[in-house]
Design a protein around this ligand. Sequence first.
Ligand SMILES: [Mg+2]
Length: 269
Amino acid sequence: MRCEALRAARPKALCGPLRVARCAARGGARCEAASGPMTRVWLLDLDNTLHDALSVVFPRINAAMTEYLARELELELEAANALRMQYWRRYGATLLGMIRHHGTDPHHFLRETHPFPDLRTIVRRDARLVQALRRLPGRRIVVTNAPLHYASQVVRALGIHSQIESIVSIEAMSFAGRLQPKPSRPMLRRLVASLRVPASRCVLVEDSVVNLAGARHVGLRTVLVTGISHRSHHPSRRARAGSSRRIDVQVQSVAHLPRKALRSATTTR
Ligand SMILES: [Mg+2]
């Protein structure tokens, strides 16, 4: 029975050999996955939500992307970096610009720009994270615009794989002939449908206000995590819970989420 529930929980519409990775979860996550359509589903962003990617990981990814553009498009590093930034601002992801304007193979791009043989040693772990996820009632799924091989390594490095039911990576966000990562509303609708729960039972936990706004439009509950991405922002530019009706709850860290979730509308709607 537990296996059947897990099969039903698998987001089939997004499934493929590289698309949805089932974590080697045992115990708690699997039992709770069998709880039915009214179970709360926590959709957890990865970078700068579950770990600090700003300090080491993102600078290395940015450098690898710049080198990739320079190599593939035969550009000087400075021009490649400018183009990377241009695509990132225009499309929300450098990869989308590379696909649109240069016909880049997304798998090749993702593989070449996320080379982290030493990931385990550079990922910053919050010692409270495992316990916090364990206390979150419901299913816990990582939803990230990062590639699967990278996301899987980070989840392992954080030691949270036993608390995560599956990973929805950017490879899973390809349909209708193109990649549609967060904050794509069609992608979020497909994801929710594949989970077989009402959108109102899903909570997107994110550091990106833009992604939360997309989720809010399709009926998800939203939690803004401010402790990492927002630390360098001027206070007046920080989003607050309730701002533009996009954010239901705001926490500094996912470690604070269980306590807040128990009190908030995210558990009562
Ligand atoms: Mg993030």
